[in-house]
Design a binder for this molecule. Structure first.
Ligand code: ATP
Ligand code: MG
Length: 735
C-alpha cells in the first residue's frame, strides 16, 4: 500500500484518532460493535506503515486462536504482505511460544506437554485416591479450581497464606503434590503456561531485556477479560516502557468466574504512564432496535464505567420472542425459521444459535439433523477433545515422553490388554513410594518380579509396544507416525469392532487426525510449523492440538448454521441470531442468582449475546424443559422483562401447534414429512420411510443430514443394522 492514509479510510474521527495516535499507552473503551477490534487491526497496520515499526516488533494478544487467525488475515489484506511469523496469538499460545524457545531457562524438559482441564482433573482424582483423601470433603473439581485459581493469581503453594486453616492447608498440600507430578512428567497446564512464562521472564533479566527491546508495541483485544496474572505478565513484558494499546468494554466482561478482573481497565488508566483514553460511541453492527434493547438491558447493572452507543442504522425489524411449550417445540421453531430464512436467500453461515449451557445443544442438534440443516458447533465436543483422539494423542505423547503419567494411565489398558485396575494400582503405589513416574515403576516392577504371571506378561507387552512404536516410527513423516501408531496400538481396530455408528465415527475421527497432521506439516494451520520432522514436528503438533482444543473446528468456509455458547460468541457478529433458553435458572444461570455480582455478569453475558446480532434477533424460551434428565417448568427470564416492549414482538409458529393440556411431551420429529432435499435426480425421501437397497435389502430411514448430492441418510436395514449412506451414491428406492 502506497498511501498510508488509506488505512484511515472508512473510519470515523474517534476511530481515526485511535488508529493514528502517536505511540504511547492508550485505552480504547467502547461498547459492542463500535469497531474496537477493527481499530486494533488498523492500528497495527498504521504502526508498521506510518511509524515504520517492524512486523517482528509487534505483539498482539487476542482472546481465541480463531480471532488471531482472523487478525493475521485482515492485516495481510491491509498491508499486502505475508505475516506468518508475527506474534499474534492468545495469551496461552504466546506463553507457549516463549516456553518452547527457552525451555531450559524455564526448567522444563524439551518435550514438555500441555495438559487440558480434563487431564488435570484426572490427575487430581488420582492424587486424592493415592493419598486416601476423602473426595467428598475435597471434591476433585473444587481442588482443580483451587489450583487453577492460585495460578491465576500468580501464587505458588508456598505463597498461599493458610492462616492456620487446616482445610486450606490440605488444599495447598494437594496443589504442591499436583505440581510435583506435573514437574516429574513434564506436564504443563493452561494456568502453568502463563505463570511459568512470567517466572521465566522475571527470573532471567537478560531474557526480559531482550523481549522488552524486541517488542516496540503491545496490543491487547478484549482487555476487560484479562486476569491478575495476565495483567502482571503484560506489565513485566512491557516494563511499563513499551507502549501498549488495549481495547475493551467493561460491559462485556464475562469471565469473572474464571478470575478475570474488570478493574484491570481502571488499573491500566492509573498505572500505565500517560495512558490516553479514547471512546468510540458509534455502533456499526446492529439495527437501532437491537442496539436500543441491548442498551436498555445493560442499564440495569450498577457499577459501570458509563458509555453511550448510538447508530445511524435503521430501526430494523423488532426482536422476535417465541415461547415454546417445551424444549423440542422451541428447537422446532428455531429450525423452521432457519429453513424459511435460508429459502429467502440467507446463507446458513450468517445464522447463529447461542445458548447459555452446552447441554442445551443436544435437542437443537437433533432437530437440525432431522431437518437436514447442516450446522457446526464451536466448543462442546471439539475434535481434539473426543475420546478416541485423546487416546491417540496419549500414545503419541508417550512416544515423546515416557514419564507422562497422565497419558500412560489413559492408554495402558486401551484397547483392553488384560491390565486390570489392581495392576495399575500396584504400579501407582510403587511410583508414589519410590517417587518415580509410572513408566519407571512399571520397569522396576518387572525387574524385581513384583508383578507376576498374566499381569507381568501384559505389562511387559505394553512396554514393548511403546518401545516398538518408537523404533518403528523413527525417521517417518508426522502423518506417517500417527498412521502407524493408531494402527499398531490397536486403537483403530478397537473402534472398528465397536457396533454401530459411534464406532464408525470414531474410526473416521482417527483417520481425520492423520489428515490434520498432513495439513499441519503443510503449514495450513495457525502456528507456522517448525522446521524438522519426527519428534520435533510431533511435539509441535501435540502442542497445537492441546491449544486448539480450546476453540474452532475444521472447515470454516462450509455453509453451516453456527452453534455456540454465549461465552464463545464474544467478539463475533452474525446477521441473524437466535438466543435459546432465555429462562430463569438457565439464563441467568441458577448459580448466579444469589450473588448480585454474578447476576450482573450474567446480564453482561446477555448484553454480549444481544449485540452479536446485526439484522435480526430471536429470543426463545420454553415452558417445560428437560435438562440433565429432569423435566422442569420454567419461567421466562427476567432479562426479557428488562427489554423495552416497543422493540419486542411475540411470535407464534406457523401452522400452529395446539398446546397440550397435560405436561407430557408431544410426539414431534419422526412423523414429520421432512423431505431430504435430493436435487433433480435423487429420490425424495422422508424420515420413517421404507426404502430398498440393492445390497442391504429393505430398511427404514432414521436420520438425515446434509443436502443435495452430499446428503446422507441413516437407514436401519433388517439384518444388516444401521448404516449411513450418501444419497448421491447409494441406490435407494422408496417403497
Ligand atoms: P465487540 O465489542 O463485539 O468485540 P468491536 O467493538 O470489536 O465489537 P468490531 O467487530 O471491530 O467491533 O466492528 C463491528 C462491525 O462494525 C464490523 O463489521 C466492522 O467492520 C464494522 N465497522 C467498524 N467501524 C466501521 C466504520 N467506521 N465504518 C463501517 N463499518 C465499521
Ligand atoms: Mg471486538
Amino acid at each position: 500500500m502506497d498511501d498510508v492514509t488509506a488505512i484511515l479510510d472508512h473510519m470515523n474521527p474517534a476511530q481515526r484518532e485511535a488508529v493514528s495516535a502517536p505511540q504511547g499507552n492508550m485505552l480504547v473503551l467502547a461498547g459492542a460493535g463500535s469497531g474496537k477490534t477493527r481499530v486494533l487491526v488498523h492500528r497495527i497496520a498504521w504502526l508498521m506503515q506510518a511509524e515504520g515499526l517492524s512486523p517482528y516488533a509487534v505483539l498482539a494478544v487476542t482472546f481465541t486462536n480463531k480471532a488471531a487467525r482472523e487478525m493475521r488475515t485482515r492485516l495481510e489484506a491491509l498491508l499486502g504482505i505475508s505475516l506468518r511469523n508475527v506474534w499474534v496469538g492468545t495469551f496461552h499460545s504466546i506463553a507457549h511460544r516463549l516456553l518452547r524457545t527457552h525451555w531450559q531457562d524455564a526448567r522444563l524438559p524439551q518435550h514438555f506437554q500441555i495438559i487440558d482441564s480434563d487431564d488435570q482433573l484426572r490427575l487430581v482424582k488420582r492424587l486424592l485416591k493415592d493419598h486416601r483423601i476423602d473426595d467428598e470433603r475435597f471434591p476433585p473439581r473444587q481442588v482443580q479450581s483451587f489450583i487453577s485459581g492460585c495460578k491465576e493469581e500468580g501464587l505458588r503453594p508456598h505463597q498461599v497464606d493458610v492462616h492456620g486453616d487446616a482445610y486450606l492447608a490440605q488444599m495447598v498440600e494437594l496443589y504442591e503434590r499436583y505440581q510435583l507430578t506435573c514437574e516429574r512428567g513434564g506436564l504443563v497446564d493452561f494456568g502453568e503456561l502463563l505463570l511459568r512464562s512470567l517466572e521465566l521472564l522475571r527470573d532471567n533479566p537478560e531474557l526480559l531485556a531482550h523481549y522488552q527491546q524486541r517488542f516496540g508495541h503491545v496490543l491487547v483485544d478484549e482487555f476487560q477479560d484479562t486476569n491478575t496474572l495476565q495483567y502482571a505478565w503484560l506489565k513485566l513484558l512491557t516494563g511499563m516502557q513499551t507502549p501498549m494499546t488495549v481495547v475493551g468494554d467493561d460491559d462485556q466482561s464475562i469471565y469473572g468466574w474464571r478470575g478475570a478482573r474488570i478493574e484491570n481497565i481502571r488499573r491500566f488508566e492509573q498505572e500505565f504512564p500517560g495512558a490516553k483514553t479514547v471512546r468510540l460511541e458509534q455502533n456499526y453492527r446492529s439495527t437501532s432496535a437491537i442496539l436500543d434493547a441491548a442498551n436498555a438491558l445493560i442499564r440495569h447493572n450498577s457499577e459501570r464505567m458509563g458509555k453511550e452507543l448510538w447508530t445511524e442504522g435503521a430501526r430494523g425489524e423488532p426482536i422476535s420472542v417465541y415461547s415454546g411449550f417445551n424444549d423440542l417445540d422451541e428447537a422446532r421453531f428455531i429450525v423452521d425459521t432457519i429453513r424459511e430464512k435460508v429459502e429467502e436467500g440467507t446463507n446458513r453461515r450468517e445464522i447463529a444459535i447461542l445458548y447459555r449451557s452446552n447441554a442445551q445443544s443436544r435437542v437443537l442438534e437433533e432437530t437440525l439433523i432431522r431437518q437436514g440443516v447442516p450446522y457446526r458447533i464451536y466448543g462442546g465436543q471439539r475434535f481434539y477433545e473426543r475420546l478416541e483422539i485423546k487416546n491417540a494423542l496419549a500414545y503419541l505423547r508417550l512416544l515423546l515422553n515416557r514419564d507422562d503419567d497422565a497419558s500412560l494411565e489413559r492408554v495402558i489398558n486401551v484397547p483392553a490388554r488384560g491390565i486390570g485396575t489392581r495392576t495399575v494400582e500396584v504400579l501407582r503405589t510403587r511410583a508414589r513410594q519410590t517417587e518415580v513416574s509410572l513408566w519407571q515403576a512399571l520397569h522396576d516392577a518387572l525387574l524385581d518380579a513384583s508383578l507376576k504371571g498374566r499381569a507381568a506378561t501384559s505389562v511387559r507387552a505394553f512396554a514393548e509396544l511403546i518401545e516398538g512404536l518408537d523404533n518403528d516410527t523413527a525417521g517417518l513423516a508426522l502423518h506417517e507416525i500417527i498412521d502407524h501408531v493408531i494402527e499398531r496400538s490397536g486403537l483403530i481396530e478397537h473402534h472398528r469392532s465397536e457396533k454401530g455408528e459411534k464406532g464408525q465415527a470414531r474410526v473416521e475421527n482417527l483417520e481425520e487426525l492423520v489428515t490434520a497432521a498432513k495439513a499441519f506439516t503443510q503449514g495450513e494451520t495457525f502456528e507456522p510449523p517448525e522446521a524438522g520432522e519426527g519428534a520435533v514436528a510431533l511435539e509441535a503438533f501435540l502442542s497445537e492440538a492441546a491449544l486448539n482444543a480450546g476453540d474452532h473446528e475444521a472447515d470454516e468456509f462450509e455453509d453451516c448454521v453456527q452453534l455456540m455458547t454465549l461465552h464463545s460468541a464474544k467478539g463475533l457478529e452474525f446477521p441473524v441470531v437466535f438466543i435459546a433458553g432465555v429462562e430463569e435458572g438457565l439464563f441467568p444461570h441458577k448459580m448466579s442468582m444469589e450473588e448480585p455480582g454474578r447476576l450482573e455478569e450474567e446480564r453482561r453475558l446477555c448484553y454480549v449475546g444481544l449485540t452479536r446480532a446485526m439484522r435480526k434477533l430471536y429470543l426463545t424460551h420454553a415452558e417445560l424443559r428437560r435438562l440433565h434428565g429432569k423435566e422442569t417448568f420454567q419461567r421466562a427470564s427476567r432479562f426479557l422483562r428488562e427489554l423495552p416492549e416497543e422493540h419486542l414482538e411475540e411470535v407464534r409458529l406457523r401452522g400452529q401447534i395446539s398446546r397440550p393440556v397435560t405436561a407430557g411431551r408431544p410426539a414431534v420429529g419422526l412423523s414429520r414429512q421432512t423431505s431430504v432435499d435430493g436435487g433433480a435426480e435423487l429420490p425424495s425421501l422422508s424420515l420413517g420411510q421404507r426404502v430398498s437397497h440393492p445390497v442391504f435389502g429393505e430398511g427404514v430411514i432414521l436420520n438425515a443430514e446434509g443436502e443435495g448430492e452430499r446428503a446422507r441418510v441413516q437407514v436401519s436395514f433388517e439384518g444388516e443394522g444401521d448404516k449411513w449412506l450418501v444419497l448421491g451414491f447409494a441406490k435407494l428406492t422408496p417403497l
